[in-house]
Design a protein around this ligand. Structure first.
Ligand code: GRF
Length: 204
């Protein structure tokens, strides 16, 4: 299954996907293209270094529909069948997500539905929660609101800053996201209403 990865920034989650592909543990998923809305995003260099086509679709000066149409065109050019949001900092509307029903996943650095949106680790610290974590979920038109595929809890330490908490969360994301993407590509995810189950997979 050909995968498109949408990025905006550093791309450590993209790197985890690239590393999984190199180990053979993303198959039958195959990284077909990386698209960034941010020119010069470090994630683009990671794609290029791995010989994966890297494309910029700059959102500036475009309305949402025009931006999404350009994203869709870039993905179609590479015959993309499923999409991974890996630190992609633009909201996608129904216009985009309805083209890939249950075929878009996002990784979010909190235990959703707590702390959707930006700066989730900082939100968690400001709220005083003692547990936060990672959520990998399907993307629908609700911001960080789609059906939850996997979650892993991460303890919040008394001396954590948003940066130290985010670093521990990302360490987990880097393991979890490639495995969820492999399951998606292998057709091992079933979604009934909001409830996602792992079906027909190999033993864990
Ligand atoms: C990740 O922590 C992800 O949860 C959030 O943005 C961050 C992206 O990091 N959506 P990177 O670009 O993959 O390093």
């Amino acid at each position: 299954m050909k995968l498109g990865v949408l990025v905006s920034g550093t791309g450590t989650n993209l790197q985890a996907l690239i590393d999984a592909q190199l180990r053979g543990s993303l198959a039958p998923g195959e990284l077909a293209v990386v698209v960034s809305n941010t020119p010069g995003a470090p994630a683009l260099a990671r794609a290029t270094a791995a010989n994966i086509p890297a494309v910029v679709v700059d959102h500036r000066g475009l309305d949402r529909l025009a931006f999404e149409d350009r994203l869709l065109a870039a993905l179609a050019e590479h015959a993309v069948e499923a999409v991974v949001l890996a630190g992609f900092m633009r909201v996608l509307t129904a216009h985009f997500v309805e083209r890939f029903p249950h075929r878009i996943v996002n990784t979010h650095p909190s235990l959703l539905p707590a702390f959707p949106g930006k700066d989730a680790p900082a939100q968690a610290i400001a709220h005083g929660v003692k547990l936060s974590g990672v959520t990998i979920h399907f993307v629908d038109a609700n911001l960080d609101g789609g059906p939850i595929i996997e979650q892993v809890a991460v303890a919040v330490h008394a001396d954590d800053t948003a940066a130290t908490l985010h670093a521990r969360i990302q360490h987990i994301e880097h393991q979890l996201l490639p495995e969820v993407v492999r399951r998606l590509a292998a057709g091992e995810l079933s979604c009934q209403g909001r409830v996602v189950t792992h079906v027909g997979g190999r033993a864990e």
